[in-house]
Design a protein around this ligand. Structure first.
Ligand SMILES: Nc1ncnc2c1ncn2[C@@H]1O[C@H](COP(=O)(O)OP(=O)(O)O)[C@@H](O)[C@H]1O
Ligand SMILES: [Mg+2]
Length: 305
């Protein structure tokens, strides 16, 4: 569980509610302190594979070491989110591709081979002289660049070439009102919605890029879209980011976050009241996963008899 922005208090609520259901929770099982050895993953003397489930919620704090062990652990016990869906959500190309193939609108995107400059030039022409370049594994709006015309692209290419990146992931720039929707879904159900507004004279809504959080009510179409996006990406816990394309008059899904933030104490005071419902649904989810794990172990034992 993340410990910033009120995470410790949220963790305590989750642990207490699990305890009320006779489920013991062990906290501080940081995979950064774990190791895999001769068939077991151990963290602070806990055999991780004997757990009924592993709940991971430390946004932006995952080292490659933790991610590596997360992948291995996921092969033995239920992880929330599953490693497959977590790694999908960390990759912008794979997420857009998965959503698109399921018929969910995303901004038009293209992955270009770095060597294929004509492809990049044709793409910006096709998209009306503008595009957005994104690192496929970025977050918080970092490294995302809007290219406003072909000449700027010509200037950017030599710089990108120097970075040795193997590919350019680019998207069509969507005309929108500089606000977005963050819709939280847990286990296929809507739990809350808020929005973010880009700072004046900017086009990125990320709070880390200066955006501000706003209260926002979703309509049925948005909720249905977010539930579908969560399902398609396989995320049990999902924060779906949506903007409204003013040109085509439709909602587009920008990304699906696998570790969506809880409201901070200040945001709660300002009326973002979804934390309690989200905690309850997460507790229900953990309980269900644990019950399923025990049932499958029982079935495996019975079949051996
Ligand atoms: N194709 C696009 N058209 C217009 N604005 C975009 C587009 N893609 C991203 N943005 C803006 O940039 C922000 C960050 O992009 P996003 O893909 O969500 O990356 P990150 O993972 O860094 O948050 C979005 O919240 C949105 O405000
Ligand atoms: Mg985003």
């Amino acid at each position: 569980m993340y410990s910033n922005s009120g995470g410790t208090a949220i963790q305590a609520k989750i642990v207490n509610q699990l305890r009320d259901r006779d489920i013991e929770a062990i906290t501080d099982l940081n995979l950064g302190h774990a190791n895999a050895h001769n068939g077991t993953i151990t963290c602070h003397n806990v055999n991780m594979e004997e757990l009924d489930a592993f709940f991971s919620y430390n946004a932006g704090q995952q080292t490659p070491y933790q991610v590596f062990l997360y992948q291995v652990l996921n092969e033995s016990i239920p992880c929330l989110n599953s490693f497959e869906s977590f790694s999908l959500s960390e990759d912008k190309l794979r997420t857009s591709h998965r959503l698109s193939r399921a018929g969910i609108r995303t901004p038009d995107y293209r992955l270009c081979n770095t060597k294929d400059k004509p492809m990049l030039k044709n793409t910006i022409r096709e998209w009306g002289g503008r595009l957005v370049y994104k690192p496929t594994d970025g977050w918080g709006g970092m490294g995302i660049v809007k290219v406003e015309d072909e000449r700027s692209l010509d200037m950017l290419i030599p710089f990108l070439d120097q970075t040795n990146i193997p590919h350019f992931y680019v998207e069509r720039f969507i005309n929108y009102d500089m606000t977005d929707y963050r819709i939280d879904i847990v286990d296929g159900e809507f739990v809350g919605c808020y929005g973010r507004q880009a700072p004046k004279d900017d086009w990125k809504t990320n709070v880390t890029s200066g955006g501000s959080v706003i209260r926002r009510e979703p309509n049925d179409e948005l909720v249905a879209l977010a539930i579908k996006a969560a399902k398609v990406t396989g995320l049990d816990i999902a924060g779906v980011d949506v903007i409204y394309d003013q040109e085509h008059e439709e909602y587009v899904v920008l990304e699906v976050n696998g570790i969506p933030a809880f409201a901070t104490p200040e945001q709660e005071a300002a009326g973002l009241t979804f934390n309690e419902g989200k905690i309850e649904r997460i507790v229900n989810l953990i309980e269900r996963k644990a019950i399923e794990k025990r049932a499958s172990m029982q079935a495996a034992l019975t079949s051996q008899l």
